[in-house]
Design a protein around this ligand. Structure first.
Ligand code: CP
Ligand code: NVA
Length: 310
């Protein structure tokens, strides 16, 4: 049996496949510009294919974009959540993987514990996609890289600054930088750094990620300032987090330090007035809405890669 193309992290695909996914996403997006959103692409490359999605956490973008991705590729999606499936009554992840592998051609999971996604992939006989875990959010960063390419033309050599919590989205950004040859500086309070293993893996690939405490230092000369909520799903202690992360809020003064050509990125949902001001997220430098749309386009090409069609 050929090896399954799981996508639990960006490094599961590697730089070459990511580049192919991003190219294909641009081509597919251009080919259907202006079409009704539910109409299938002309080639219907996943005609008859089914994606099973498991949500153990809330979602708007991931849920809608994967569902629509399957429709546009000619296939369909089935959504399960913990509360209404047997997972919520203790059926094992392994048994769930075995059963869903009989009903579907790929599985996407959003869960808290990254090891659960790994356990699912180990027992599945179809590709498994990470739709967010406590450790990483690789689908989000695929969309963000696509957005940067659309806006700036070139990803390699770009300079990104991450503000606030060194969380799951930040971890995937660190991984992406080392695979796709761009720079990331993380500005965060002490104790909120990205995952140490992710930092070490990036450094081993020759891409060290500076961690700075002064947000203004990270902003200077950045092509992108990216941030996310200060308290991710499943985390507590939001009062303390808000206090220590306040200096990392992205406001107009911070964007001005980066320069007028710099982009603002946010995976959403945003907490307006906390990690970002209304003026920035609604302003001319914001790419947040393109990022959201690009979840769809990037994931269509990701699904094609996972299923050996790219
Ligand atoms: N950015 C993102 O993953 O959004 P959702 O939580 O709405 O899926
Ligand atoms: N870091 C956030 C991302 C949400 C898309 C979380 O995990 O809640």
């Amino acid at each position: 049996m050929t090896e399954l193309r799981h996508f639990l992290s960006l490094s599961d695909a590697g730089g070459e496949a990511i580049a192919a996914i991003l190219n294909d996403a641009q081509d597919r997006k251009a080919a259907r510009a202006g079409w009704p959103k539910g109409r299938a692409d002309a080639d219907r490359p996943l005609d008859g294919y089914v994606l099973a999605m498991i949500f153990e956490k809330n979602s708007t973008r991931t849920r809608v974009s994967f569902d629509l991705a399957m429709r546009q590729l000619g296939g369909s999606a089935i959504i399960l959540d913990t509360a209404s499936s047997q997972l919520g009554r203790g059926e094992s992840v392994g048994d769930t993987a075995r059963v869903l592998s009989r009903f579907s051609d790929a599985i996407m999971i959003r869960t808290n514990d990254h090891s659960k996604a790994e356990e699912l992939a180990a027992a599945a006989s179809v590709p498994v996609i990470n739709g967010l875990t406590d450790l990483s959010h690789p689908c989000q960063i695929l969309a963000d890289m696509l957005t940067l390419i659309e806006r700036k033309g070139k990803l390699a050599g770009s300079k990104w600054a991450w503000f606030g919590d060194g969380n799951n989205v930040c971890n995937s950004l660190v991984e992406a930088a080392s695979l796709m040859f761009f720079d990331v500086t993380v500005a965060c309070p002490e104790g909120f750094e990205p995952d140490m293993d992710m930092l070490k893996a990036a450094a081993a690939r020759g891409r060290s990620v500076p961690i700075v405490r002064d947000a203004a230092v990270a902003a200077a000369g950045a092509d992108v300032i990216a941030t996310d909520t200060w308290t991710s799903m499943g985390q507590s202690d939001s009062d303390n987090r808000a206090k220590v992360m306040a200096p990392y809020a992205v406001n107009e003064a911070m964007m001005a330090r980066a320069g007028e050509d710099a982009l603002f990125m946010h995976c959403l949902p945003a907490h307006r007035g906390e990690e970002v001001t209304d003026a920035v997220i609604d302003g001319p430098q914001s790419a947040a809405w393109d990022e959201a749309e690009n979840r769809l386009h990037a994931q269509k090409s990701l699904l094609l890669w996972c299923l050996g069609k790219l």
